[in-house]
Write a protein that binds this ligand. Sequence first.
Ligand SMILES: [Zn+2]
Length: 424
Amino acid sequence: MLIKNGKVVIFEDNDVKVKGLDIKIKNDKIEKIAEKIEPEKDEKVIDATDQVVMPGLINTHAHIAMSIFRGTFEGCDLYTWLNEKIWPIEAKLTEEEVYDATMLSIVEMISTGTTCVNDHYFFSEKIREALEESKMRAVITRVLMDNDGEKASQQRIEEFIRLYETRDEENSLVTYTVSPHGLYTCSGKVLETARNLALKYHLPIHTHFLESTSEIADIQKIHGDTASNVLKKYFDGIPTILAHGVKLNAEDIAILKTMNVGIAHNPISNFRLGCKIADITTYRKEGINVALGTDGQGSGNNLDMFETMKLAALAQGGIHEGEERIGSKEVIQMATINGAKLLGLDDKIGSIEVGKEADIILVDMAPTLDNVKRIPNKDIISNLVYNTEGSSVITTIVRGKILMENRKINHLPVEKILRQWKHS
Ligand SMILES: [Zn+2]
C-alpha cells in the first residue's frame, strides 16, 4: 500500500515537523518514506492530497465498555460517582452488555482516529472477542480489587489468570497489563498478588493513582503510608502506568522519578468529576513521561482523543500564569509516541518511521465548509490540536490494514452497532 501526496507528521531532531512525503507500507510495516514513491503494479494507493497523515492516536487509559454510561450522573465527586452510581450498576451488567458497549466504543475509536487503547475493565474475554473482530490494537486486563471481600477478590484474580492464559499468542495486536484498581481499593494482599503476576508474566502494572484528594487519607488508613511509598513498595522495578496522578506533591514526584512509571493524563474526566487538574507541565520538566487518556465515557464523555489533546494543552494555562507550559507539539507527542512508550510499545508504534508497524490516520484538511475552522491552515500542528475533532479523521490504518477508509468501516456491522441503543 502507498499513501501519496499527504502532509506527514514526523518526529525528528527532538521536534515535531510536517513534511510532504509518500509512505510505503509492506507486510504490516512502514517500509519506505520519501518525497516521491512510485506505486508498484496493482499496489493499493491512497491519495492523501489535502490530508494530514499522522501516527494513530494512543489512548492510555479507558474503560471502553463504559459507553453504556455516556451522559449519566453529572456533577458527582469521584467517591459518590463510584460507590453510589457506577459500581451498583456494574455489578448487574451482563457479558453481552459489555460486549455490545465495547463494540460501540470500538466504532467510536476507529472513526475518531484512535488505533490503540489501554483498557481497564471486567468480562474481559468478551472485550477481547470484540477487539479481535475489530482488528484494533489494544492492551487489556481484568481489574483486581478487594474492597468488597476476599471471595470476590479471589474470583477476579482467577479471571485475570484465565484471560491471560487463554491469550492468542499469534495475535500481537492484543497485549496485557496487571491492573489493581487503585491503592484505595486494594489491600496489600492484592497488591502483592498483582506484583507477583506482573513479574511472572512480564507485564506492566496499570492502576488509578492519586486522582482525588479523598484517596490520600484512605491510602494512609489502609496501608499506613503515602501513596507513592506504597507504590514503590509493591511495584518498584515494574513498568507502571498511573492513570491520573492529579494530586502529586513534590515528595511524590521525587519518589516516582526513581521508578519506571509514567502518567496517563485524563483531563476531561478530571474536570468532570471535579478533581482539578494534574500539573503535567511540572511532571514533564521533572522527566516523568506523560501520555493521554480519555477514561471511560461515564466520566470522560467520549473517546475522542482530539478533544483530550485540546483540553490537555489549554488546561495548563489555568494553573501556570505567565510561565512556560506545554503547547500543541508536546501534546501531539503525548497522544502518540509518549503513549507508545508508556505502554511499552514504542518499538512498534507511536510514530511514522521506517520499520515501525503502520498504525496511521489521515485527517481531512481540504478547504471545505466542514473544515472552515482550519482555514487558513498556516500551522498544521496547531490546527490538529486546537481546531480538529475526531470526525475529521477519514482513514484509519492499524498494522497496515485499513479499518476505515473515507469514513466507511466495512468489516464491522456498524449500522447494527449504532442502532441497537434505546434513545430517550
Ligand atoms: Zn479510570
